[in-house]
Structure formats: structure tokens, C-alpha cells
Design a protein around this ligand. Sequence first.
Ligand code: SF4
Length: 345
Amino acid sequence: MKILLSNPRGFCAGVHMAIDVVDQLLDLCPNEPIYVFHEIVHNKHVVERFKTRGVKFVEAVAEVPHGSIVVFSAHGVSPQVRKEAADRRLRSVDATCPLVTKVHMEAIRYAKQGYQILLVGHMNHQEVQGTRGEAPDAIQVVESPEDIPDLVVRDPNKLVYLTQTTLSTDDAGVIISALKRAFPNIKEPPGGDICYATTNRQHAVRKIAEECDIVLVIGSKNSSNSVRLTEISRNAGVEAILIDDVSELPEGLLRADQTVLVTAGASAPEDLVAELCRSLLGRFGGTIELRDIFEEDTEFNIPTTLKKMMRERGVDPADRRIRVTAPTITRELYGCVPVTVGATG
Ligand code: SF4
């Protein structure tokens, strides 16, 4: 089997930061329960691993005992959730990805300027609910071009669109084009809202998929950016499946004479990718080629709320800086060393 391993894949800077926040809290407060509002990132294994270390995940702030530590997940929360946490005197640590916060800030700014905001995204996704909560009267969610005729627009010249950070660039492009046709004067978010990690992982799949018979995406079913990777692959005419780990690989799906692209959503741990590759090599034999499409160097600092808690406990936040590094591929982890590094740019 020829395995092509996509780079970039897996953890983005926002996920690194959110996971590190919980790790650091476990270290900082060993005798206190740590609550996390929603899944810290959308990955089954990440959540299960934290649960075994005592972290409690809740779906409502009311489930957190008064005065406890609560972490807001990488997807962000609405002002209403922050208020509920403050009302319960919770010690909140905000692990919202800064790129999600950027969209919240845009929503607040445009709403203050009197714009109506069309938020392109998935209505039930936590990120969309959080962003929408910043300006509920000004925001309407657009999930597809079919939603456009039902929009209530007061002034087509005072309209802006924003997007969820983890959309398919293909699908978002279709919706945005339809919005521009319907409202030619609609404003665009400065620099775009689909994040660098989503864009890069999708672009890598788009570039490599055509060489492959099938694409295997490691990620959870509720991970928006992981699901989008399978869609990008199918849009390119290549079958793709999303699996949490190697145990979900359907029997009889693969053959030794195939070329297989392996990638991972932004919340999927690298050890699961390595486990899949080791299993494929063990069953089918073959080689791994690493395909370097982008080098990523984005890093986010730990949130100010965590820094404050560290200082209160005599810990210098400068000593706890998060370092994001590209996954290292070793013979021990992968079962072989990649035979080729294809730099296609
Ligand atoms: S996928 Fe993008 S927006 Fe989401 S956590 Fe990662 S960097 Fe942030």
C-alpha cells in the first residue's frame, strides 16, 4: 500500500491552546474539580482522556457548583453563558480560539454600526450559537443558498456576512456567491473568517486526493472541520471516510494495491494517525510518503484568565508558554520512516 500522509493535518493552534489550558489547570489545581462547558474540542478521544483524569464535562452552566473552575471550550460561548457563569461566581477560564473571538468582535462591531449580519454556518454548531449570542437581534444564520429568500433584510446597503471558522471553503464559496448575487452591496469580513487551519487542511486534501484511491480522515463525527475534509475529497471525486480511530475502519474497504491519503481534522490527536498508519503497514505492507503542502507556525498564547489564576498561585505564566510543533514522524510511532517528502507548495 502507498500511504500519503498529509501535512498539515491534525491539531491546529486553537486546539493546542484549548487542550493545554485544561492540562495546565489539572497541574495548577490538583485538588479542585475542573469543569468544561461542552467538549473542550470536538474529539471523542481528547474528551475521554480528560475524563479519565477527572475533568467533568457539562452541557449547562447550571451543572457547575457555585465557585468552581469552569473552562469555556475552543468554540466560544455567548455573553449569556458568561453572565450565567458570573452569576454563579464561577472562576471562568476562557479557552475560546482567538480566531473565533475575532468573529465575535466583528459581529459586535458591525451590529453597533447598525448592520444586519448574515452568519454563514451550521445553525446548531456551538461556535455559531456563541457568535449569534453576541448580537441576536442583528444576526441571521444562512446554512445554504436556499435560506436566502427567507432572509428579512431592512436595508440591502447595510448588510455584512460573516462565517463560521470551520466551513468547507467550497460550500462557503457557493453560499457567498449566492449572497453577493442577491445583495450586490453586501460587505465582506476583513481577511475572511474561515481559519487558516481549516483552509490549509482542506487545500492539502484537494491537492493530494487526485493521486489517491481513497482518503481516510481521522476525526470525530461532530468535528465540523473533519467532516468538511471528507466533503472536499468527495468534491474532488475521491471517496473518503471519517473514522475516530483505526478500530472504525470497515472490513474489506482497503486493498494492498491502493494509494491512500491519511489526514486528520484539527481536533484529532497525532497518535491516532500514527496508529492507523502502523496498522495499515502491518496489514498491507508498503510505504509512507509525507506530503508537505504548508508549514504552519501559528501559535496562541494562554488566555489572560488562566495567566491571572497562575499568578494568584505564584506561578509565572512565562514559564508555561505553549509551544506548537509539527507532528514528528518516527519509526517508533509510525512503523517506518516516510520514504519521500513531496514539497508541492
Ligand atoms: S479550527 Fe481554526 S478556529 Fe477552530 S480552533 Fe482551530 S484555529 Fe481556531
